[in-house]
Ligand binder design. Structure first.
Ligand SMILES: Nc1nc2c(ncn2[C@@H]2O[C@H](COP(=O)(O)OP(=O)(O)O)[C@@H](O)[C@H]2O)c(=O)[nH]1
Ligand SMILES: [Mg+2]
Length: 448
């Protein structure tokens, strides 16, 4: 990739749409657009951040290809920091392809995935955390994830990391002063000293890591598992929650074997919902394998919806599942309350929610409960890291601080702090590694 090229790409999805936007960025943008865009104004009169109406023509034969709006963002006042023009055409692939071909024929290059954002990063318009936030804003699967992405795009997470970084820099200069002038009293008797400085940075990292667990869950989805003995109505509830007939429902036991997964947004939260095979004592062959899978999914899930059949007495299969999920976060559900209740009053069930998956009764209540169980009472102003990459970097940095705590000489401490600074720098992109950038921008679509 060269920053000297002028790049072009369609920024809207392929196919027919009312508008299709072609983006162009780079040194040659204005001279290329000048050859194909005819408007009342002269191209040199176009102001930055202004939109102009005109014709797109084929420069070979002056054929009018489309009537469009061109928006000009002149360097440095653009997304990429370069001259950018966005051509808002009619969203017909014939039009989009023809204009793109004309532009590439005149020397522009088709942009790689995320290349506009990558240029914004390389030109210092945004940092790496913000670049990731751009992608997360586009793909946010739920409202809470969108909120996090926008906060991160605004730079609030970056500010927090820069703050942490400057604390490390201060500590490092203090440590280095100790190397250079060990006898100076001012240095030795500073407020918290090296030990206190290291401790406070580690505490801050721990706090960020704690938040990151929530951030990643909000972004990637909470695993919610519906379980219960066979025929309690798991698949019926699953279908109700996903909103369509995804799983087979039948009165015969053992209908669901392979677990079924679907993703839904529930009151602003993103859930990976699993419908699983029911547990029954006499299971053998494939049913036994299916049950083993259910049991292993229990381990990995963030929340269990453990269902009981209200129209039947509790049996040992119910109790087995209750004990299996003892240490897990769970919601107990008594289903089939539209039928005669024959489920024995039990202490176990005093906190349960009573529903009818079939008629939909109390499903709203269940949804509220799911949300309050999952969305830990985090302060909405809290700034959360949202990616495994962030968690890995912070854990990595923390290791250096722990090593520094155990170090005997200021020289070794300084060495560890320098290493930690590099790792923190990778978070914001202050230190750039090609493989990190490649991995991040691979996730983008072309045109972003
Ligand atoms: N009356 C009533 N029947 C239900 C309810 N939920 C499920 N069922 C029935 O119970 C049987 C088993 O349901 P299913 O969802 O396949 O149970 P699973 O084996 O736990 O997945 C089916 O005949 C469903 O129609 C309910 O709330 N009320
Ligand atoms: Mg089922």
């Amino acid at each position: 990739m060269s920053l000297n090229d002028t790049i072009v790409a369609c920024a809207t999805p392929a196919g027919y749409s009312s508008i299709g936007v072609i983006r162009i960025s780079g040194d040659q943008t204005l001279s290329l657009v000048k050859k194909i865009f005819v408007s009342r104004q002269k191209i040199q009169d176009f102001e930055t951040n202004h939109a102009y109406y005109g014709n797109i023509i084929d420069p070979d034969n002056n054929d009018v290809i489309d009537k469009i709006i061109a928006t000009f963002y002149l360097t440095p006042h653009s997304y990429t920091g370069e001259d950018v023009v966005e051509l808002s055409c009619h969203g017909n692939p014939l039009i989009i392809d023809r204009i793109t071909k004309i532009l590439t024929g005149m020397g522009a290059r088709i942009a790689q995935r995320g290349e506009f954002t990558k240029r914004a990063l390389l030109n210092g318009k945004i940092d790496l955390l913000q670049a990731e936030a751009v992608l997360d804003t586009v793909i946010a699967p739920c409202n809470e994830a969108r909120k996090l992405a926008i906060t991160q795009y605004e730079g609030k997470l970056s500010d927090k990391i820069y703050e942490l970084r400057s604390k490390i820099v201060d500590l490092l200069s203090f440590v280095e002063a100790n190397i250079d002038f060990p006898e100076e009293e001012d240095i030795q008797n500073s407020d918290i000293g090296i030990e206190g400085g290291l401790k406070s940075i580690i505490e801050e990292i721990d706090e960020l890591l704690k938040g990151a667990e929530i951030g990643v869950k909000i972004k990637e989805g909470y695993k919610v598992l519906i379980t219960g003995r066979t025929n309690v109505g798991k698949s019926t509830l699953f279908n109700k929650l996903v909103g369509y007939d995804r799983a087979i429902i039948h009165e015969e036991p053992g209908t669901t074997r392979d677990y079924i997964e679907d993703r839904i947004e529930v009151s602003g939260l993103y859930l990976c919902l699993f419908d699983t095979a029911g547990i029954f004592n006499t299971a053998a062959g494939p049913d036994k394998i299916a049950q083993d899978r259910t049991i292993s999914l229990v381990e990995q899930s963030d929340l269990i919806l453990l269902m009981f059949d209200g129209s039947e007495p509790m049996n040992e299969e119910d109790l087995y599942l209750y004990n299996l999920t003892k240490d897990k976060d769970k919601i107990l559900i008594v289903n089939k309350i539209d039928l005669n209740i024959r489920l024995n009053e039990s202490e176990i069930l005093c906190d349960s929610i009573k529903i009818s998956a079939k008629t939909g009764k109390n499903i709203d209540l269940l949804i509220q409960n799911i949300k309050s169980k999952l969305l830990p009472k985090f302060d909405h102003k809290q700034i959360l890291l949202t990616r495994q990459r962030h968690i890995d970097a912070l854990k990595n940095a923390k290791e250096y601080f722990i090593r520094a705590q155990k170090a005997y000489s200021p020289e070794t401490i300084a060495f560890e702090l320098h290493a930690a600074l590099d790792v923190i720098g990778e978070l914001t992109g202050k230190v750039m590694r090609k493989e990190i950038l490649d991995r991040i921008f691979e996730e983008f679509c072309i045109g972003k």
